[in-house]
Write a protein that binds this ligand. Sequence first.
Ligand code: 5GP
Ligand code: MG
Ligand code: MG
Length: 176
Amino acid sequence: MVEYFIPKWEEIEEGILYIVEKMVNDNFIPDAIIAVLTGGVIPAKLIADALGVRNIKYIDIKFYKGIESRERKPVIKAVYVDNIENKKVLIIDDVADTGETLDAVSNIITMYNPSLVRLATVYVKPWSRKYPDYYYKILDKWIIFPWDKWEVVRENSQAPVDKKEKYLEILSKLKR
Ligand code: 5GP
Ligand code: MG
Ligand code: MG
């Protein structure tokens, strides 16, 4: 059985402020933020607002599991990025697991010749091959974020999340 970690909004907010404070202490205020779609969008918005960064770009990347789980690799679907040459860039996602997504996204962003690239995620798994420059906690469980709980419930109706009964009722209508 999968072990879940289900952070509340309070924990997310604490994590975001922890990360933002570290950036400010480092004197790292990015010129542009790249949000990894779709889970990175809400952390990116919170961090951008806290730092006063108005310039947010997006990268659409999906993790496909191959038939062999060892052949997993992320696939870039679309890159909504411009005007980051010679700029300080911060890439944001919700969590790094294998680290492959961050790796792929930083490789692409580097091709735009930014002056500096840093990475931030709220959580990171202890086995990640790439650690972001900024993160809140290291966790070895499957995280259910407030922003992806219905995605998880659609896959596993056993997932122990709040307001699930109401959502399952809606889902049964949706599937009719
Ligand atoms: P990686 O490429 O580092 O293996 O995986 C990162 C991506 O997979 C993230 O963008 C996120 O969408 C998804 N992911 C990895 N681990 C988790 C997790 O524990 N919970 C959720 N909700 N998504 C995860
Ligand atoms: Mg993702
Ligand atoms: Mg996700």
